[in-house]
Design a protein. Structure first.
Length: 158
């Protein structure tokens, strides 16, 4: 929906194919630039988090018994979050559980995603008449339902 406070010129319809191409190309270039900026920011953050911890942070991690190769900024942040959660900070606890993969909604979404992929594989295998099991046991989960496709046998005269 258009912003009523926005520029009215942005609300004008495209009149020609050339104009549509120009607008599409401009939008594509802007989108690509934005994606590259986000990618570069993610790479920079990963780089900084993977760097070796220094100063007091390094000393603290060493005091906790971390090996030298494990004393990174990421480890320091995780330990700090754990300390806050242990002291009763509920938001730190929730964030730690989410990042650690212990959030119930996250597990549900992962199971649904695996079921969708399995269902798609099953539907493509049905065309070939192959048996296609779905579900399975992963990370201590219970076995899911198994769907077996049995092709119908056509009888003469029907």
């Amino acid at each position: 929906m258009a912003n009523p406070k926005g520029n009215p010129q942005n609300l004008q319809p495209v009149r020609t194919k050339e104009e549509a191409k120009k607008r599409g190309a401009a939008g594509g270039k802007k989108s690509g630039a934005a994606r590259r900026k986000k990618r570069d920011a993610r790479q920079a953050i990963r780089y900084v988090l993977d760097m070796a911890a220094t100063g007091k942070l390094d000393e603290k991690l060493e005091g906790l018994g971390f090996d030298e190769e494990d004393r990174t900024n990421m480890t320091g942040l995780t330990v700090a979050m754990m300390m806050r959660a242990a002291s009763g900070d509920v938001s730190a606890y929730k964030a730690l559980m989410d990042y650690g993969g212990f959030h119930p909604d996250q597990k549900l979404k992962e199971r649904e995603s695996r079921a969708r992929v399995s269902s798609m594989e099953t539907s493509t295998r049905r065309d070939t008449g192959m048996l296609a099991p779905t579900g399975g046991m992963d990370d201590g989960e219970e076995a899911g339902d198994t769907i077996i496709y049995i092709p119908e046998i056509e009888k003469d005269g029907e």
